[in-house]
Design a protein around this ligand. Structure first.
Ligand code: NAI
Length: 460
């Protein structure tokens, strides 16, 4: 069958690219090996983890916060099966929603493993045979999968990754998390709130490497107060399952025993079995497909976007690239501003950032001014009973242009949108400070932090 565009992979990168291409009038096929659409994000990533984070935050509120509101809720307990059922329902609603969107946009959806067969040619391998497809252009959006460590043989059960940790059949007594990155902290939080003892082992001497160090330091204190135990600066050398116990060997510490292990030490691109070498698509030393600024691979007519190419492995980054890639194919012009890709960690409190960290600015010799405002000084945060955290704005010392915004606090993931839009429009901290923000809202913390750059926050 002949198409204008074949998209391989129906995750946030692939399905968004397919829809944008259909909007622009292309005849599009989308090949996905899983029966459910939406990729890791919808099936076993962002969405199910957020469903569980929401449920367990409510549990925590019922157990520990209701009383302060004068609400007496006794006998609060958990039905894990029902909680998981709700999560599965959220996932099913969204994956079916994507199927509906493909249909509405007249995108032909093939279920099967895509294999590149030559220039402009892709074969779809199905249980009952093979369907050959051809197209002028092909976008590879096959995503990524969790990696493990040397000496750690995953068993897909007690010793697993985020996929297993989203569906444990019972609440672990002791969950050992390897890696204090985004996944380790989000899913560690879920099971801690459900009652597990949670020990996080991290190779670096700090949590969330790459994040603004001062915010990560605050986060560590908060998570420790929540009862999560951290072993920082520790290297896991091996892990094994012994019956119902999992034994983790930690350098200079010995063995730590638990009943489940979550390995969350990063992800790597899905390129196996795709036939990249058939058309000589080159990869870097980490297996990521090499692309130019317009997402062109080294093979004519083949493009790649999302987790399978360099850059942060984030659903929204993949979406932006999907749109830009298709617009480049159709119009010859496209652009993604990589400096304004926000990042959010959905723990409690949430952590969100956009732009550069203090470490990056210092390393680049950039002179900046800093405005910090604590949620404690915000009326809405007080009314919510959620006052832990702060907003930090970093602005160029000479031009006042906002270079980075880092937030730890209630709804930080939503608040970062204002910072992102401001930065995308090249705003100065004074621009943010002079914009009227509704009262009482959490967004006033951004205005106050912007005022604090000039040392004139009102409520501090
Ligand atoms: P990550 O890269 O965020 O964190 C992995 C952590 O494991 C790092 O802190 C690293 O130092 C540590 N580590 C590596 N080797 C180790 C060892 N031998 N012993 C102990 N610690 C070790 O990776 P993570 O959490 O697996 O997430 C994968 C990807 O998924 C990331 O790119 C992340 O951005 C993305 N993601 C994003 C989410 C979000 O935006 N909210 C949610 C979940 C995942």
């Amino acid at each position: 069958m002949e198409y204008d565009l074949i998209v391989i992979g129906a995750g946030p990168g692939g399905y968004v690219a397919a829809i944008r291409a259909a909007q622009l009038g292309l005849k599009v096929a989308c090949v996905e090996k899983e029966a459910a659409l939406g990729g890791t994000c919808l099936r076993v990533g962002c969405i199910p983890s957020k469903a569980l984070l929401e449920s367990t935050e409510r549990l925590h509120a019922a157990q520990h916060e209701f009383l302060s509101h004068g609400i007496l809720a006794t006998g609060v307990s958990v039905d894990l099966g029902l909680m998981m059922k709700r999560k599965d329902h959220v996932v099913a609603t969204l994956t079916q929603g994507v199927a509906g969107l493909l249909k509405k946009n007249k995108i032909t959806h093939f279920v099967g493993q895509a294999q590149i067969a030559g220039q402009g040619r892709v074969n779809v391998m199905q249980a009952d045979g093979m369907t050959p497809l051809s197209a002028t252009n092909v976008i590879i959006a096959t995503g990524s999968h969790p990696v493990s460590l040397r000496g750690v043989e995953l068993d897909g059960n007690r010793l697993g990754t985020s996929t297993e940790a989203l569906s444990y059949p019972e609440i672990p007594q002791h969950l050992i998390v390897i890696g204090a990155g985004v996944i380790g902290l989000e899913l560690g939080s879920v099971w801690k709130r459900l009652g597990s003892k949670v020990t996080v082992i991290e190779y670096h001497p700090r949590i969330l490497p790459g994040m603004d160090a001062d915010i990560a330091k605050d986060a560590l204190k908060i998570f420790e107060k929540q009862g999560i135990e951290f072993r920082l600066g520790r290297k896991v050398t091996a892990a094994r399952v012994e019956g119902e116990t999992v034994v983790v060997e930690v350098e200079n510490e010995g063995e730590i025993r638990g009943d489940r292990v979550l390995v969350a030490v990063g992800r790597k691109p899905n390129t196996e079995g795709l036939g990249l070498d058939v058309v000589e698509i080159q990869r870097d030393s980490q297996g990521r497909i090499l692309v130019d600024v317009n997402y062109k691979t080294t093979a004519p007519g083949f493009f790649a976007i999302g987790d399978v190419i360099p850059g942060p492995m984030l659903a929204h980054k993949a979406e932006e690239e999907g749109v830009a890639c298709v617009e480049f194919i159709v119009t010859g012009h496209a652009h993604v501003d990589y400096n304004t890709i926000p990042s959010v960690i959905y723990t409690h409190p949430e952590i969100a950032s956009v732009g550069q960290t203090e470490e990056q600015l210092n390393a680049g010799g950039v002179k900046y001014r800093k405005g910090v405002f604590p949620f404690r000084g915000n009326g809405r945060a007080q009314a919510l009973g959620d006052v832990v955290g702060k907003v930090k704005i970093l602005a160029d010392a000479t031009t006042d242009r906002v270079l980075g915004v880092h937030i730890i606090g209630p709804r930080a993931g939503d608040l970062i949108a204002e910072a992102t839009v401001s930065m995308a429009f090249g705003a100065s901290s004074e621009d943010i400070a002079r914009v009227c923000h509704a009262h009482p809202t959490l967004s006033e913390t951004l205005k106050e932090a912007a005022l604090a750059v000039e040392g004139r926050a009102i409520h501090q």
